[in-house]
Ligand binder design. Sequence first.
Ligand SMILES: [Zn+2]
Length: 425
Amino acid sequence: MADSLLITGASQLLTLRGRGPRRGDSLSNLGLVNDGALLVRGDLIAAVGTRAEVERLPEARGAEKLDLGGRVALPGFVDSHTHLVHAASRAEEYELKIAGATYEEIARKGGGILNSVKKLRAATSEALKKRALAALKLFAAYGTTTVEAKSGYGLDVASELKILQLHKELAAEQPLDIVSTFLGAHVVPAEYRGKSGGAERYIKLIEEKLLPHVGEGRLAEFCDVFCDRRAFTVEQSKRVLQAGRQWGLAPRMHAEQLSRTGAARLAILMRAASCDHLEQVNQSDIQALGKSETVATLLPGCDFHLGLKHYAPARSLIEAGAIVALATDYNPGTSPTLSMPMILSLACAQLRMTPAEAIAAATINAAYALRREKSIGSLEVGKQADIAVFEVADYREIPYYFGVNHCWMTLKRGRVIHATEQAPI
Ligand SMILES: [Zn+2]
């Protein structure tokens, strides 16, 4: 059959197969097959197993062949938290941070998120799209095949819609899946600050002007809120998420990053798909997340870039049974990386996760965080053939070689979207 592809030669094939999200000990279960093979039909996986098992299928004989040459193959990474569309880097703030200015001090001087808002409002759609397309190529080059993307640097009707419209165009014009999230409640925009009831008036704008456009135009699947000091309170966040839900947007949250506010509790209460950051969670939050279906998404790139020492308590969350996921938080202010392998390295060194736990958190659990677990996140029959191949002999070498990209090939829906001629070291 012309549209079948037989992939062999995976010294280690990490299938991540199994039922339900990975919690506790099961986070280490990679479903590893030695000398693994896959049969792909069209976009989807038709068979998975050892080379002997897959090669003996009648369909395998007539299929196109791809030999991975003894490399390691795993599901393409699912990056469940990014701020993909932005106008420019904030390298000018980087030296201030190194000199000791806190994230909030920089924000008070007109830097931070509002700096990105100013740049985005001034940027054309064409320029924003060019930058995002270049970033998406790099995501693929690091083994990522699905990217969640948030608005939130527009903060007015025209600019937020400009970002969300771009998510739609980007999804249609390049191979990676883009999962669109509306983050109108990122911070209160400058024009509403310092006025009495400014935040309330901005929330009204979200409820009455922004969300109707987003909902009617089907421009996002999720509604996110940055619930933290200097952003939105728990009460305000609840209002925004409830309003989003009325337009069919499922809630997710930025929670407990700079201060403990009770945001994680709200996320659980609202059955949010995910609550992200969690550096400041307390013991009872950890226990509550352990019993909940809300994914605990950790973003160690953020703490690394800001030079912070207080990482999220990954080990306690895993022990409590929380569904732990990892993401880049790709954004120009606090985590300018699109490398999921680098995030795995940070998860191992700083969050004390094992390489196996980190890989499961960046694939199948991240798919749960995006409610895409039925189609991506593992290599199983009927799922999309989204595959990352690494030029390593053992999967543990993916995080071990920090800051070095050993991604050799990336396939999206069975098609090669990135390949290198890289030789093994
Ligand atoms: Zn974020």
